[in-house]
Ligand binder design. Structure first.
Ligand code: ZN
Length: 109
């Protein structure tokens, strides 16, 4: 029997990083609103933080969406088939409790 603990650890890290980036976005947007009437030197660090946070959010979301099932190697949360344009079908997102392709339960070994 294969052990998928390392793969699930990586998945949890990506998921937590994604949620953290989403939560941190709120205070950054509030800070951007607060400094919107201030000078340019105050806006630049907030803008840099905003760009960095959105980049992390997009990158981790994309990695999670395409995260390969440790058992079958197909995208875990994506029910469908691979076409010339990538995976086409239905994305279950965080709510996928088992692999859409092989049925491996989330966080199981
Ligand atoms: Zn699978």
């Amino acid at each position: 029997m294969r052990d998928y603990r390392d793969a699930w650890r990586e998945y949890r890290l990506l998921r937590n990083l994604n949620l953290l980036a989403l939560l941190v976005l709120v205070p950054i947007l509030l800070a951007a609103y607060a400094v919107s009437v201030k000078g340019r030197l105050v806006k630049i660090p907030v803008f840099v933080l905003l760009v960095f946070d959105v980049a992390v959010l997009v990158a981790t979301s994309e990695r999670i969406r395409k995260w390969p099932c440790p058992k079958c190697g197909h995208p875990f949360q994506f029910e469908g088939s691979e076409t010339a344009f990538g995976w086409q079908g239905y994305n279950k997102g965080f709510y996928a409790r088992k692999c859409a392709n092989c049925g491996l339960r989330k966080y199981s070994n």
